[in-house]
Design a protein around this ligand. Structure first.
Ligand code: SF4
Length: 384
């Protein structure tokens, strides 16, 4: 489930895409001046707690879209943004998505410890036409951001972003038309053109909604608000990249590792991990973004303790004491490591590591499995 967090409300128009801004349209109904930017009551939304001291917002509310009734990087909010970064950092298990038309302000708005970017933040740069794409995307690609997406919405013309997609730094592109009474048209051929650029560059693509005035085969369709999303879905043109485009451009995890200094250290697991990397069933397994956030938000000692517990519960006995544990607690990196290393069950342990199935694990075997799982997680964090 996704949710929205608007810590401030109000904005100033900056480009053609803002012409019929829905914030202005909605505010006008109540006679409100949208150009005044104000903090909202939801300012501390992600860190609010209930009477038991638990966060009210939990990971099932993720991803959270930030600032949909303003722009996260607007100047008027400069004095408040620091607190927002603190909240985002405090909730590292939640994905926050920030959509902006002010990417040129990015560097002056990030916190001191931003580094190459927080793992749980995706920045989404919107460009409604070619002029804005060529102005904003070169800046966007230069900024230290871990997860980048592009949105063409409202899409006002055919836009060529191939040169930016080739960078391998863009994870997804979304397109959509404009809604509202005075909506400008969106043409299906523009959307398909963007989709084809994404497919050519193995970047995920989503057609989010048609907008109110949609042209297909030179025929204009007026589409009611409630059908704009479903009509876009019906087009069936969404595309899921085979794997993250950034990985595609880099050498594979295995290639990088076996060229690295780490490999030259003659690690005892080099041989088995090399064999696993050649297995079609195991080589593509990698930690998801959620797993990576989990790994980073725990100490190595905590991950190791958890790994030891999982080995005891799922592998130590001939018949695992808790054979449903995988499904119940899916989402922890150790379970991914088990699948990737042939340690998910006693049969795989025998097949890959020659550990007999007809007796309990010995102390040394448990240590071997623990160290192998820890080594795999460490490498995957570093090289994927
Ligand atoms: S940047 Fe977004 S919120 Fe601000 S005026 Fe433009 S469309 Fe509206």
């Amino acid at each position: 489930m996704q949710s929205v967090w608007n810590p401030w409300h109000g904005c100033k128009k900056v480009s053609a895409g803002c012409q019929n801004c829905y914030v202005y349209r909605m505010d006008s109904v109540f006679g409100k001046d949208s150009s005044i930017v104000e903090k909202t009551k939801a300012f501390d939304y992600p860190v609010r707690k209930n009477k038991y001291g638990e966060y009210k917002v939990n990971s099932s509310d993720s991803p959270i879209y930030v600032c949909l009734s303003s722009d996260f990087f607007i100047e008027d909010a400069d004095e408040w943004r620091g607190e927002i970064w603190e909240m985002i950092k405090a909730r590292s298990e939640i994905d926050f998505r920030i959509i902006t038309k002010r990417i040129e302000r990015f560097r002056e708005c990030i916190p001191k410890d931003w580094g190459e970017g927080y793992e749980n933040v995706t920045v989404i740069c919107t460009c409604e036409n070619q002029k804005m794409a060529d102005k904003r995307l070169p800046i966007f690609l230069e900024m230290p951001i871990r997860h980048r997406e592009i949105i063409h919405e409202p899409m006002l013309e055919s836009i060529d972003i191939s040169q930016y997609l080739k960078s391998g730094k863009i994870e997804k592109v979304s397109c959509g038309g404009e809604s509202g009474e005075n909506a400008r048209i969106c043409k299906y051929e523009w959307v398909v053109n963007t989709r084809n650029q994404c497919v050519s560059n193995n970047v995920s693509f989503v057609f989010r909604q048609t907008g109110a005035n949609f042209v297909k085969n030179e025929k204009l369709y007026h589409i009611p608000r409630e059908k704009q999303i479903s009509q876009a879905e019906k087009a069936g043109i969404n595309f899921k990249a085979l794997y993250n485009s950034e990985c595609k451009k880099k050498k594979s995890k295995t290639e990088q590792y076996y060229e690295s200094e780490d490999y030259k250290l003659d690690n005892p697991f080099n041989s088995i991990l090399l064999q696993l990397s050649k297995s079609p069933l195991h080589s593509d397994i990698s930690l998801s973004r959620k797993d990576r956030v989990y790994y980073l938000s725990h100490s190595i000692e905590e991950i190791q303790k958890e790994t030891e517990e999982v080995i005891k519960e799922s592998l130590y006995h001939i018949i695992p004491k808790d054979k449903d544990k995988h499904t119940r607690e899916w989402g922890k990196p150790v379970y991914v490591a088990q699948r990737a290393t042939g340690c998910c069950c006693r049969n795989c342990l025998y097949e890959w590591h020659n550990i007999p199935t007809n007796r309990r694990l010995s102390e040394n075997e448990m240590i071997y499995i623990r160290d192998l799982l820890m080594e795999w997680m460490k490498r995957d964090m570093k090289y994927s």
